[in-house]
Every structure is written in C-alpha cells, then in structure tokens.
Design a protein. Structure first.
Length: 347
C-alpha cells in the first residue's frame, strides 16, 4: 500500500470520497433506471425473477493485505458475488459496494480497490449502483450486494437433484487453495526481512486462481447453447465436498463421486507434493475455486461428455445410500465436509 503521493481520506470526507470514486461510473444495463446519486437506486425488471446475494469480507479473516494487492482484492470481491448469481443460472446486473476503512488507507489505496471492482464489472457488464463508506478501528471490511435476473423457467436451485443425475464440475479444483498455501509459506519465510523477493516462477496459475478468480459465465452460456438446464447447481466457494453435501441435503439424496475423475491441474498437484499434502484432499476441501458444481439428468450424458471445461465426476443416488467417494483403488469412503468454516475459532 506504499504510495509516492498519499491523499488522506479525511481531506475528502465520506461523500467526497464516494464522488471521487464513482464520478466516471455510467449505467450499462436497461434495468438500471437510476444508479448512484440519490437515496436509493431505481431498478426495473420486466417478466424476470430478481436474484439478490451478498458477501461480507473481513481483513484478517478472508484476506491478508500482506500478499493481496488491493486491485486484485477489488476484482475478487466483485467476482465472488457474480459467481453466486451464475450459480442460480442467472445474470448479474448491479452491485452495491460498502467499505469500512481504517485511517492507514489513503485515497489512492481505495482507488486501487475500486479499479479492481470496476474492471470486474466492465467484463461482466454489471452496474455499480450504490453503497456506503464508514470508518473502521480494526481494518478493512468489504460488503458487496449483487442483484441479478433470470428467466423464471431457467433459474436453478440446490434442491432439485434426482437419483441417477450426473454430478459435474467446471474447470479444475484445489488450485486456489494451493495458491493460498504458497502465499502463506512465503509470508512466513520472509517475515521480518527487509527485502521480500519470493520466486513464484512456474506457479503463476495457482497464484492467479487465489488472487484473481473468475466467475464461470462461459459455462452458463455454453450450457444454455447446448440446451442443458442443470437440475441443481452451486458454486464452489467452501470446497467440493461441502458444496456437494449442500445439494444432497437440500435435495434429500445421496451421491457417489470418483477420485480419479476429479479435475486437478498439474501445478496444483506439484504444489501439493512439494508441501507434502494429499492433492485429492485439497481438491475436495480447499475452496475458493469458484467453479460450478451441478447435477444434470442422465439423458445429457453424451452432450456433457463433449463439452469443454466440464467433467462428469459421479452421480446422485437415493438418500439411503449415503454420500461416498470411490478412491482410485476402488475402495469406498464416506464423503465428509472439511471445507473452510469462517466461524470456527482459530487455534
């Protein structure tokens, strides 16, 4: 956060800061009747279901500014909300951005954060329509609410998976968690050092997956083009096992997934070996991949097999069969949720 020029936030005040950060924001969506500048935004949706999601990110809990650039943090803060809307088979349209800021941040710091937010919004055609700022005594807190829309007959919930449905995931898993482990390791190595020069060569992919994740709009669009409507869907924020258990619990089903079908990138596997960690455990429980986990009727098997970026990893079963994973050697184990719990006390 070191800046050559530093403008204290107090010199602008709350409303001056908001004006400064939002002066160039123009609505892109017809649903945005009126954005920033009044007591509330005005939105209009015709014949659409309105989707609303919100995320609260706390410094020291969800992110560490020692290794997270503020521009990346802004981008990620927006993307994780867009991902929730895509997981409903919807389209994100607007966001509000609220910040609690301590006095160690300058105007230039918050500009960097907003540059990241605006970049994500530009890519996904989302309008920033409001928010709030206040002071913080403990660090940076970020609250983003995203509003989206979806056709009534296309919205996908978590509770409609059926026995024999295929279980599918997009992309690959475990990379974001391995990127986090790498950053935490280097933070410990260089703690107290005057110069910090970590060597991240060959590990760019896992770092990007942690610091600059992407919401899978492309998968939603590809499924729609193929005429496939998932029966249930969720994004992977807390880990594959945890998210799959959400679907099974809400759909009252069981499941079987296969270890050898879980997609894992080469860099993820190499990093796990370097850290003496089980790569399958990392893929199951790591979280923050923001890939899509969905179920689909068996009749779509051939189409899904041929789609780029999608891997079939198992199937939904009757609830009495429980939740299981079949290992590479053919043994069956109970699937347990060991993903990140933000409310668990740190030891």
């Amino acid at each position: 956060m070191q800046q050559t020029n530093r403008t204290e936030i107090a010199t602008l005040g709350e409303f001056g800061l908001i004006d400064h950060l939002t002066k160039d924001i123009k609505p892109q969506n017809p649903e945005t009747v009126y954005g920033i500048g009044d007591d509330a935004a005005v939105l209009e949706y015709n014949n659409k279901e309105v989707l609303v999601t919100t995320d609260l990110l706390m410094e020291g809990v969800h992110f560490d500014l020692i290794y997270t650039p503020l521009k990346h943090l802004g981008y990620k803060s927006a993307i994780v909300n867009f991902s929730d809307i895509y997981a409903m088979n919807g389209t994100p349209k607007q966001i509000t951005v609220s910040l609690a800021i301590s006095n160690r941040f300058s105007v230039e710091d918050i500009e960097q954060f907003f540059d990241g937010v605006k970049m994500a919004c530009q890519i996904h055609n989302v309008d920033i329509v409001g928010g709030d700022t206040t002071s913080s005594m403990t660090g940076l807190a970020i609250s983003i609410t995203c509003i989206g829309s979806g056709d009534k007959d296309k919205i996908v919930y978590r509770n409609q998976a059926q026995p024999t449905d295929l279980i599918c995931v997009s992309g690959d898993l475990g990379a974001a968690y391995m990127g986090l482990q790498l950053l935490e390791r280097e933070k410990a190595v260089f703690e107290g050092a005057d110069e910090v020069n970590p060597d991240f060569s060959g590990k760019e992919y896992i770092l990007e997956r942690q610091l600059k994740p992407e919401a899978r709009r492309d998968i939603i669009e590809d499924l729609d083009k193929a005429g496939i409507k998932p029966s249930a869907m969720i994004d992977i924020s807390d880990g594959l096992s945890s998210e799959l258990m959400h679907i099974c619990k809400q759909s009252n089903t069981g499941c079987r997934i296969y270890e050898d079908r879980i997609p894992i990138d080469y860099q993820t596997a190499v990093m796990a070996e370097e850290l003496n960690m089980n790569v399958t455990t990392c893929a199951l429980n790591g979280g923050e991949d923001y890939e899509l986990l969905f179920t689909a009727p068996l009749t779509y098997h051939e189409k899904l097999e041929g789609m780029k970026g999608i891997k079939i990893i198992g199937h939904i079963t009757k609830p009495e069969l429980g939740l299981g994973i079949v290992t590479r050697d053919g043994n069956e184990m109970e699937l347990k949720a060991q993903g990140w719990n933000p409310l668990q006390e740190k030891k």
